[in-house]
Design a protein around this ligand. Structure first.
Ligand code: SF4
Length: 384
């Protein structure tokens, strides 16, 4: 197994991460980006560290000393067309040149035009397609390969479709990576919109944090806790299933989490076991609702042994919501929620107010965020 891990930008993180590696479980690369840039990334500026350019350069150099590659994120799903204006294009080219100059080994993108532009400006850099591009078929993989991609982080939604994963491994001709610990809703209807909002929220001049999607998915999980298990996470214990079909690059989500939390998550995957609450090693949006404590949610990872193997025999696209109730049955044993009704009601009210009056709830996202932050009043600024 080779892990791709978000950096906390704490240089001490590198020493501690290096010491955790084992002969068969190693760090492949770290990833991250400036909080705000001309293209931004797939996370809003206010939830990731506000790191300076010089610190980024120094951190990448230190990562290289530890033998870690660095994958720089330019994986916004939209630039609103600014990339086709003379100024926008020039800014983007300068930004790619800077990323090449600071020693990035790879760049992750979602926008096809940006992938092609990187090939023109910095052809020596590995080009990785983000999971945000939602590659879930051989046909899509072939398009990206034709445009010059070297690697694809596959759509989260096919994490348990082993027949599709096998055919991609056999015939795509690309390096493949799977995202392990993100608990987005299965077939999430808000996902594309959420990424668009987060992308714009990491670019200059963003209007307001994209509250709506995370509020909705938090509420949907409270309405039906089976949604926690329908999510396509890969537990540390289940990494071997992917290695068995030739996919050993495992991506860990968690930009904006503390050094300690990221080390905890990495430790679980290096050790291939987690005896505790699955949410403690997951990246998930669970919004605070005004006036109530967030529900205490516990997903007993030990009760999920064998769960994915069984799910792999089910065609979820055809029978979820109709003939199959397996996730609900397992959730009734593995998921405990204290304060569910009160939290659910508060989320419902907050969503209703957002839709009917535009009132933004005073909230932070990020379940168990170590350093919850206030929502920003002003648009983010670039660090030139
Ligand atoms: S089809 Fe069954 S196993 Fe698949 S997500 Fe739905 S409830 Fe879970």
């Amino acid at each position: 197994m080779r892990l791709c891990i978000p950096t906390s930008w704490d240089n001490d993180f590198l020493d501690r991460l290096a010491a955790m590696q084992t002969p068969d479980s190693r760090v492949h690369e770290l990833f991250g980006s400036l909080a705000v840039s001309v293209i931004g990334s797939g996370r809003e500026a206010f939830i990731v560290p506000d790191v300076e350019r010089d610190a980024v350069r120094e951190h990448i150099a230190l990562a290289h000393k530890h033998g870690f590659r660095f994958n720089y994120l330019m994986n916004a799903s939209t630039m609103g067309g600014i990339e086709f204006t003379p100024q926008g294009r020039a800014d983007l080219v300068r930004y790619i040149e800077w990323v090449a100059d600071i020693g990035a080994d790879a760049i992750t993108v979602t926008i096809p035009f940006v992938l092609e532009l990187i090939g023109d400006v910095a052809p020596h850099i590995e080009r990785v397609v983000s999971t945000i591009a939602h590659v879930d078929s051989l046909a899509q993989a072939a398009f990206w390969k034709g445009m010059g991609a070297d690697r694809v982080t596959l759509s989260l939604m096919i994490n348990r479709d082993f027949s599709v994963l096998k055919s991609l491994r056999k015939s795509s001709g690309l390096d493949l990576e799977v995202l392990a610990n993100e608990l987005c809703l299965y077939m999430c209807p808000y996902r594309s919109y959420h990424y668009d909002l987060m992308s714009q929220g990491s670019q200059p001049g963003a209007c307001a944090p994209g509250t709506y999607p995370g509020l909705c998915c938090s509420l949907d999980r409270m309405k039906d806790p089976a949604e926690f298990l329908k999510a396509r996470f890969i537990r540390p214990e289940d990494v071997r299933l992917y290695e068995n079909i030739g996919i050993d690059l495992i991506k860990i989500a968690g930009r904006g989490r503390s050094t300690e939390t990221l080390l905890q998550i990495a430790g679980a995957y290096f050790g291939r076991r987690w005896d505790g609450n699955l949410l403690d090693i997951s990246d998930i949006s669970m919004y605070d609702a005004p006036g109530v404590d967030r529900a205490k949610i516990y997903i007993d990872n030990r009760k999920l042994d064998g769960f994915v193997e069984t799910m792999a025999t089910i065609d979820c696209r055809r029978c979820c919501g109709a003939s199959c109730q397996m996730c609900g049955d397992v959730a009734s044993k593995a998921v405990r929620i204290e304060g569910l009704e009160e939290y659910k009601d508060a989320l419902e009210k907050a969503r209703g107010a957002l839709v009917t009056t535009g009132a933004k709830p005073s909230i932070v996202n990020k379940y168990q965020s170590p350093t919850p932050r206030d929502l920003p009043e002003d648009p983010p600024e670039t660090k030139d």
